[in-house]
Design a protein around this ligand. Structure first.
Ligand code: FAD
Length: 496
């Protein structure tokens, strides 16, 4: 046990964790960040840190012996394969009714995500965080988040001319022909770098299909934005391959128990540290699982009954459309999506035109839709299995499918095309088994106060996607970052 008391311990190194650690350190507070995934700073035997989407290996998945790719099949063939069990970067975490994909490592979801940096329209903000003043978010915290993350739009002339976005231009054309509004979506990819990739002057990254299992060059993950600033403060220690398993009240704050892992997931040491304040930034699922377990097992008995409640999937549902032979989507597809179809107002769906970076012509248009859904699940502690369960039901996705159909049935009818039935199984149209956007489980203003202070235990905070009640209407990481910026500003001003 460490005798010294850490002023602030942050569990997790994703968006919420990085914002919190940076602002605390800038305010003069020493911070210890604990991350169960790897550091992702050392190349493998192929000279690359991360594996390619088309050739997943042990680096690609968190503690699985077989890949679990979001698209499980292609042209009727299952594509998953055996891999060595390893602390890889993408976790396909399975609950009874849904698989939740999450990033694992220093940088959290920023390591694996598509980089779409979307600020919701101000008119929809009341649907997302009704207790938060939109004026402060749109005046201060969304601009701050977008600036720190480096969100930017594609250069229009290049978008129109490059082979790498033919799939997006086809997606736009079909949206336009069916009178759907479309939007260009800012991303955190370095657009100059992508243009250089096409020119052949730098190593290919987005144009080599690097997404999902990490990006080796152009994507401005947290490794290129908040984390270098965090290190530059000199006040933050980051322990990778360390997992927090318990937080209990103790004199001076909280006693935190941490397991050190090896790269096969084995526990090699158990450590304890006392922290004056603890910030839960383990992601919606990670934070919810910890809090639900700690309440149920009596470690944090005063947490209220809202802990574990209000979890949603951001209405995620995927589908593909089969295009005519005269509408090829291209054998070269940038892995970074940058166009969305916005039918939120009329049909409750915002669909990103997504790549299928297979390296060959698929004649398929592929979409990830974010939809309006009322369904919310709850995390509960299961003493029989010593695990946390999630009450999500697969059938609940039917609402999301209906919303997505408001876009794609119309496009199919206009174009005389059909849905692909080979991407998620055999004769299965909808990718309704998963989410990339877990949100909620410790909702702002319910499990916590209006700035993330957990009710019942002073000095404990939630700072990540667990605060958001199940939807952000668009892709979530800009909102998670902006909310963390808002909350930590208040917490530093009043609690330190
Ligand atoms: P996370 O980023 O999930 O970070 C939590 C961290 O905590 C992780 O590193 C985890 O390993 C660690 N952790 C968990 N439990 C513990 C523990 N007990 N001890 C120590 N550490 C722990 N969003 C967008 O806005 N745009 C996109 O284009 C986009 N694409 C996506 C594509 C994919 C494939 C995926 C999986 C997600 C995508 N997302 C996207 C979602 C986005 O990445 C997440 O919403 C975001 O990362 C959540 O941020 P967070 O701070 O809540 O937690």
């Amino acid at each position: 046990a460490d005798a010294a008391v850490v002023p602030a311990l942050v569990i997790g190194t994703g968006y919420g964790g990085c914002v919190t650690a940076l602002r605390l350190a800038e305010a003069g507070v020493d911070v210890h960040m604990v991350e169960m995934g790897m550091a992702w700073d050392t190349p493998g035997s192929d000279g690359k840190i991360f594996a390619n989407t088309t050739t997943p290996d042990q680096r690609s998945f968190w503690l699985r012996t077989k890949t679990k790719q979001p698209l499980s099949n292609f042209l009727g063939f299952p594509i998953d394969k055996s891999i060595p069990r390893y602390t890889g970067v993408l976790d396909a975490e399975e609950f009874a009714g849904i698989t939740v994909y999450q990033g694992r490592g220093v940088g959290g979801g920023s390591l694996v995500n598509g980089g779409m940096a979307v600020t919701p329209k101000r008119e929809t903000f009341g649907e997302i965080l009704p207790s938060v003043d939109p004026a402060e978010m749109y005046g201060t915290y969304y601009p701050r988040a977008n600036a720190e993350l480096g969100a930017a739009l594609v250069r229009p002339e290049w978008f129109e001319s490059t082979a790498a976005y033919q799939y997006a231009r086809v997606g736009r054309k079909h949206a336009q022909r069916s009178n759907f509004p479309y939007v260009f979506v800012p991303t955190v990819y370095d657009w100059d770098y992508m243009e250089q990739e096409e020119a052949g002057t730098v190593p290919e990254s987005a144009l080599a299909g690097e997404i999902l299992y990490g990006n080796n060059h152009g994507k401005k993950s947290l490794q290129k934005t908040y984390l270098p600033k965090i290190r530059a403060t000199g006040r933050v220690t980051i322990s990778a391959l360390h997992r927090v398993v318990s937080v209990v009240p103790a004199s001076g704050g909280y006693l935190v128990t941490i397991e050190q892992l090896d790269t096969t997931g084995g526990v090699v040491a158990t450590k304890q540290v006392t922290a004056a304040k603890v910030f839960f930034a383990a992601g919606s699922v990670g934070t919810s699982k910890l809090l639900v377990k700690l309440k149920a097992t009596g470690a944090l008995p005063n947490l209220n009954g809202e802990v574990g409640a209000g979890w949603g999937d951001n209405g995620n549902v995927m589908c593909g459309r089969a295009n005519h032979l005269w509408d090829p989507t291209g054998s070269l597809q940038s892995a970074i999506p940058t166009l969305g179809i916005d039918n939120w107002a009329a049909g409750g769906a915002f669909a990103e035109v997504a790549p299928l970076p297979t390296g060959f012509e698929t004649f398929a248009s592929f979409y990830l839709s974010i939809t309006r859904t009322p369904n919310r699940a709850r995390f509960t502690w299961n003493p029989a299995t010593n695990k946390v369960d999630l009450s999500w039901q697969t059938e609940w996705k039917q609402v999301s499918i209906a919303a997505a159909k408001t876009i794609f049935d119309k496009i199919n009818s206009k174009e005389g095309t059909i849905y692909r039935t080979d991407l998620f199984g055999v004769y299965k149209i909808w990718g309704d088994h998963l989410t990339y956007h877990p949100l909620g489980g410790a909702i702002l203003g319910r499990a916590t106060d209006n700035h993330g202070r957990l009710h019942g235990h002073p000095g404990l905070y939630v700072v990540d996607g667990a605060l958001i009640p199940g939807t952000t209407v668009v892709n979530p990481f800009v909102t998670i970052t902006a909310l963390a910026e808002r909350n930590i500003a208040r917490i530093i001003a009043t609690d330190f």
